[in-house]
Ligand binder design. Sequence first.
Ligand code: PNW
Length: 461
Amino acid sequence: MKNTFPKNFIWGAATSAYQIEGAAAEDGKGPSIWDAFCQIPGKVAKNEHGNIACDHYHRIEEDVALLKNLGVKAYRFSIAWSRILPNGRVKKINHKGIDFYNKLIDALIAADIQPWVTLYHWDLPLALQMEENGWLGENISDLFADYADICFKHFGDRVKNWITINEAWVVAILGYGQGVFAPGKISNTAPYKAGHHVLLAHAKAVNIFRKKYFPIHGGKIGITNNCDWREPLMDKQADKDAAQRALEFFFAWFTDPVFKGDYPKVMKDRLGEKLPQFSAEEKALLKGSSDFIGLNHYTTMYASDASGITQDGPIYGNGGISEDQNVNLSVDKNWKRTSMNWAVVPWGCKNLLLWIADRYDNPDIYITENGCSYNDQLVDGACEDNNRVDFIQTYLAACKEAIDQGVNLKGYFIWSLMDNFEWASGYEKRFGIHFVDFETLERTPKASAKWYGKFIKNEVT
Ligand code: PNW
């Protein structure tokens, strides 16, 4: 497959702090909710944790060299809030934490790679969970804005692309609804409250960025939301409505507020008092608070109207709170699956891009994550992950089709640069284009890294 993407298209790779850094209690870093969550038996596969992870904290040079060899021009990573502010508050700054990110940023720039920095990829300082009730607390959005301010101040001279929050949906639903991610709360109402505070945190951080730092350093700032595609199960209105509703409860929940200033009507109508309201001032702060849409996209499911259906089949994790939506989700048994059991459906990616472009007036979109986990093996020092090469090729072809139809897709970040701590799934699920041996911590480029690198450099014909 020849690379026919626009010349200035941004090619990148992504990671997140807790998943790769390790050094969980080193050089003054405070604990996060994931450090604590991993200690609860049964929460993470094999009770694994991120204490060492890929040991990236000690391997900046080696890992920047991986990126350089790959040929990407952008690297998306996240800052661990509690590495910079050990108890979450600006009163106590950990300068060794600042030094670490300074070193990483400088090494990237020296290698001609743009840093794309996510401020929050789920690792809330534990102190703020204990003292402020985490994302349910009334002060948390201000505390996030204070933390963001410190990051803009220290890194804004060199970081020109910022992402406030990674996947508010996951924070809310998996962290406060299903309880499968930290902090592990199970509730039907908490996700909406937590999500509300996440959105306010985003808006307040952007406000500080634009007022205080943009005039000096410039740069762009946005939010990354995740969304799978929802295809109507049958060609009938009830299922078309169900698919639309599912997309609004998934993506528009966190994207309408930042582009349009408020939650989607369907959510307000169906949730009533369960959904908090924004004040006029908050709406004004939210509206237009993202210079681009960051999209994390992994899979597709069928949606059908759930009226009259008693769900005795498998209830899939990524439906959100399905009784609120009245949507039933399913997959086609002929679809290929990854080792997460997620279906491989490239056309879903294209349809989603078209849906986003249509709903939000054709904004700049960056796919800040897309990728797959397979049961990779290292055999004689090589990993022939041809299934992943296939996945990336077909998803990129779908992206190109969307661009050809007018979607302003401006960049693509593969998830992930390397195998890492896959949250509740531990180390068994491998998303990397570099294989990591978690005994020796040695990194080896998989066939997919070689293919992706050649594609980016236009060497694939
Ligand atoms: C994203 N779901 O997580 C994250 O941003 C990454 O940190 C993670 O490693 C990657 O995708 C692969 O899982 C998600 O259940 C986790 O819908 C779960 C879901 C979606 C995204």
